[in-house]
Design a protein around this ligand. Structure first.
Ligand code: RB5
Length: 142
């Protein structure tokens, strides 16, 4: 799967680990930055990843900041983006099945790295249910 990933300084370390995991799993991952631990502005990275996913250049996106909240606020402003902030695997599975979410947001200061990786794998591996009621609701968002 073609995946776009980005973080601010708060999510930088988790981003590195998640890129390694996804690459080992055989995914094609593009890192949109940040590339250092220097303090930076999360809206820039959210915008780059959200645009790349909204323009269908990547199937999915992953955004990581301290809480995941800033990344989800910004990315959900882009038409066609359904970003889900997840701190548990139940939500990660449900948001793929019900919302067909195309961006996963994670908070590196909220959850452990192991849990972040587990949530990411669950979210990547879960297909959309394609159930009529969920399609109808997604169309209402658009
Ligand atoms: C950076 O200090 C922090 O504000 C950011 O990573 C994020 O949590 C914003 O929502």
């Amino acid at each position: 799967m073609k995946i776009a990933i980005g973080s601010d300084h708060g999510g930088f370390e988790y981003k590195k680990e998640i890129i390694s995991m996804l690459t080992e799993q055989g995914h094609n991952v593009k890192d949109f930055g940040t590339y250092t631990t220097d303090s930076c502005d999360y809206p820039e990275y959210a915008k780059s990843v959200a645009k790349a996913v909204a323009d269908n250049e990547y199937e999915r996106g992953i955004l990581i900041c301290g809480t995941g909240i800033g990344m989800s606020i910004v990315s959900n402003k882009f038409k066609g983006i359904r970003a889900a902030l997840c701190s548990d695997t139940f939500s990660a599975k449900a948001t793929r099945e019900h919302n067909d979410s195309n961006i996963l947001c994670l908070g590196a200061r909220v959850i452990s790295l192991d849990l972040a990786k587990e949530i990411t794998s669950t979210w990547i591996d879960t297909p959309f249910s394609n159930e009529e009621r969920h399609i109808r609701r997604i169309n209402m968002i658009e």
